[in-house]
Design a protein around this ligand. Structure first.
Ligand SMILES: [Zn+2]
Ligand SMILES: [Zn+2]
Length: 344
């Protein structure tokens, strides 16, 4: 029997539906799992994604893209293939893609995490024969603490900085991590400001109906006194230029899964690292794979060889798949691709 999904030079392809999933080269029809720039690329004739991805896709790819949106669990028929989207828990609007054709079921995970962060939707295990999984943090050393304890660390750091009359500059990916943190933040501690790139994403999501508080963009009008009490959320690219100098004295914290690794904090020139990831940890990946009941698992971006070998040892048919998703580089992609216009 022919496989429902083929791994081609353009990306993951479903021949009977003539549609690609997160393709990295321009094609006619693309299903996009989420709006991160390595999964949602420019140049497709037609896009299909979840409702909640719409505003960010238009912000990043252009207001005039041809885009159809679906709700979670809404099933559409494309040339005999049943297509539906299911919560991936990665960022707002992120989806797994389920495809069913002649009794064959595939699920393509996109990026995902299992912990319900309260804002990005709860990952839904979907039964299938073949599962395509990411493996960004596919090593046993990656094990996340529950979100409330990481938020507690962030709050304490912020209060400690306040007592030293320092601003708190928190580095977080502008799509995903930033909103997740805003959503969980105890804003009674002090004022919260957003870097321009974070501000643009934030407001596009609010315009699309996301339950986020209105927050100001940080400008040169903010008083020194205010800054010393405040928490400012900015992407890592902000550290490269003179933009940060206006906040002196300040302390820098970075929220990322990579903060688990010794040395990562130093490389980012950060004072504090907070281990907070929007990807599944080792246990989460294993739990997700098991919950699908899939016989065949295709492992994409991340620690593909370690994770696929591990799954083989557990008796699964597992394969490494080469893709152009950035995986571990995701959080830097934005800085280099400059996909969101940044205010100076
Ligand atoms: Zn992503
Ligand atoms: Zn990814």
């Amino acid at each position: 029997m022919k496989s429902l999904i083929e791994f081609t030079n353009e990306g993951l392809y479903c021949p009977p539906a003539d549609i690609y999933i997160d393709p990295w080269r321009p094609v006619k029809k693309a299903i996009v799992t989420h709006a991160h720039s390595d999964h949602a690329r420019w140049g497709m004739k037609h896009y299909l994604a979840h409702h909640d991805s719409e505003n960010i896709l238009r912000l990043r790819l252009g207001q005039d893209i041809s885009l159809e949106t679906l709700a979670y669990n809404q099933v559409i028929d494309i040339a005999g293939v049943k297509v539906s989207l299911h919560p991936a828990g990665h960022i707002y609007g992120s989806s797994q893609v389920r495809l069913e054709h002649k009794g064959q079921v595939w699920v393509i995970s996109g990026d995902y995490k299992l912990e319900d962060d309260g804002f990005s939707g709860q990952f839904e295990p979907v039964r299938c024969h073949s599962f395509v999984t990411e493996s960004t943090f596919g090593l046993p050393i990656y094990s996340w603490k529950p979100q409330p304890s990481v938020m507690e660390e962030i709050h304490q750091w912020w209060q400690n900085n306040q007592s030293q009359q320092k601003a708190s500059l928190l580095i977080a990916y502008s799509l995903g991590k930033a909103q997740r943190i805003v959503h969980q933040l105890d804003r009674s501690i002090g004022p919260v400001y957003l870097h321009g790139a974070v501000f643009n994403v934030h407001n596009a999501l609010i315009a699309g109906g996301a339950a986020l508080p209105e927050l100001p963009k940080v400008t040169s009008d903010v008083s020194k006194e205010d800054l010393r009490k405040s928490l400012i959320i900015a992407p890592s690219s902000a550290l490269n230029g003179p933009w940060v100098n206006r906040f002196k004295p300040f302390s820098t914290g970075v929220a990322s899964g990579w903060m688990m690794v010794r040395g990562a904090k130093r490389r980012r020139a950060a004072d504090r690292g907070f281990v907070l990831s929007d990807h599944a940890d080792w246990q989460g990946l294993n739990q997700a794979v098991a919950a699908t009941g899939a016989d065949s698992v295709y492992v994409t971006h991340g620690f593909t060889s370690v994770f696929s070998r591990w799954l083989q040892e557990q008796g699964k048919q597992a394969y490494e798949v080469e893709t152009l998703y950035a995986g571990e580089l995701e959080e830097n992609v934005e800085a280099s691709a400059n996909v969101v216009p940044e205010s100076k």
